[in-house]
Design a protein around this ligand. Structure first.
Ligand SMILES: NC(=O)c1ccc[n+]([C@@H]2O[C@H](COP(=O)([O-])OP(=O)(O)OC[C@H]3O[C@@H](n4cnc5c(N)ncnc54)[C@H](O)[C@@H]3O)[C@@H](O)[C@H]2O)c1
Length: 351
């Protein structure tokens, strides 16, 4: 195959990283872009020298010269656009969260299998040097059995702009949990090597946004009425088939000491670890000693640290995917269960 012809669907804030990341691969190039905003689609086309510009994503998906598409649209469009692209025979990379719910996610996975095309979620947190190093350390057994973990992304005043799609449930599916909680949940399960959740107890809250408090800077989309009907705090306890547990917390707005903190902390029988900062905690060699160390000389699997390069390599059969669709489905099931548990006040079992 010559150069992979990639279409960018969505020309908002994160599309810049998509185009930049894709063009870093020597055998891929963004050659088309689609967005309903003339201003944003033109700006992205100029910035990345993209020849074809479409107002409608359907036109890009129908373009026979496009081999693969990268999707960075409001969450409600993730599954419909991914399904259409797969049916049109394109490979797909989709930004997080996977979909509005597990039913949609399952349909996308089935479509990818049927089309024999590469489908991946681009979970960028997994690609950092710290995360990749900790993955090696945990996988080779340095921490022993990992029986508990804490995953959190907490922002103090970091809600996306009010009235953009982010703060509207019909377009986003949910708030901070789907926006940033998903990142740390996915990273946590990846580091634990455990994608077998069995039960979730969760609670979600809307305490600030509907009062017009806590707006941050993110969100390039058009703003409608200042609707805010999503969560600005979410918490959950997730239980796994092997007895392990994960405590998940996320916020867009929260009274706390720092403006932003995110981390995954792992607790194992032989050691603990955190990804941010990268540290391992363990007993020292001599009695009474305790060590807090940064792992050294660890060879990481994806030194390019680029989710798009990995996706293109998988399409070209040059590498294995960092993130599999089934792992992303497990994450989606947990997210669904957090909202369901919050609504019902009960623990939700996951099959
Ligand atoms: N991986 C990350 O770290 C990360 C960071 C930010 C956002 N995201 C995800 O990326 C996606 C996009 O987020 P964003 O911050 O770029 O949003 P954004 O609001 O800046 O951009 C979305 C773009 O989609 C366009 N759009 C909306 N409806 C359309 C339609 N029907 N057809 C064509 N274009 C349409 C809008 O005009 C806008 O330009 C979201 O799913 C978000 O969760 C991921």
């Amino acid at each position: 195959m010559g150069t992979l012809q990639v279409g960018m669907i969505g020309a908002g804030a994160i599309a810049n990283s998509h185009c930049d990341g894709i063009n870093k691969h020597p055998q891929a190039k963004v050659v088309a872009v689609a967005d309903t905003s003339k201003e944003r689609v033109t700006a992205l086309a100029v910035k990345f020298n993209i020849a074809k510009v479409y107002a409608k994503w359907e036109e890009l998906v129908a373009d026979r010269d496009i081999d693969a598409v990268s999707i960075a649209l409001p969450n409600a469009l993730h599954a419909p656009v991914a399904l259409a692209a797969l049916k049109a025979g394109k490979h797909v990379i989709l930004d997080k969260p996977f979909a509005m719910n597990q039913k949609e996610a399952t349909a996308v996975i089935a479509a990818a299998k049927k089309a024999h095309k590469t489908f991946m979620l681009g979970m960028n947190q997994r690609f950092s040097r710290e995360a990749q190093t900790l993955k090696v350390v945990a996988s080779r057994g340095d921490l022993g059995e990992i029986y508990h973990a804490k995953a959190y992304w907490l922002r103090r005043t970091g809600s996306p702009k009010f009235g953009t799609w982010f703060t509207r449930k019909d377009l986003s599916g949910g708030g901070c949990l789907l926006d940033i909680g998903v990142h740390m949940l996915d990273l946590c399960l990846h580091l634990m090597g455990n994608f077998k959740p069995v039960a979730v107890s969760g609670a979600t809250y809307t305490k600030f946004g509907h009062r017009g408090i806590g707006e941050g800077g993110w969100g390039m989309s058009d703003r409608g009425a200042p609707v805010f009907d999503v969560d600005d705090f979410a918490t959950a306890l997730i239980k796994f088939q092997n007895g392990a547990t994960v405590e998940l917390n996320s916020s867009w707005v929260l009274h706390m000491d720092q403006p932003n903190k995110n981390n995954v902390e792992l607790f194992g029988a032989d050691g603990g670890a955190s990804v941010n900062p990268l540290r391992v905690f363990r007993f020292g060699k001599n009695k009474g000693e305790y060590e807090v160390v940064e792992p050294q000389n660890v060879k990481i699997a994806y030194p390019h640290m680029n989710r798009f390069v990995n996706w293109v390599d998988v399409i070209l059969s040059n590498d294995k995917p960092m993130c599999t669709p089934d792992e992303s489905l497990a994450v989606q099931k947990i997210l669904d269960a957090v909202y369901l548990s919050s609504k019902s006040g009960k623990e939700v079992r996951i099959k």
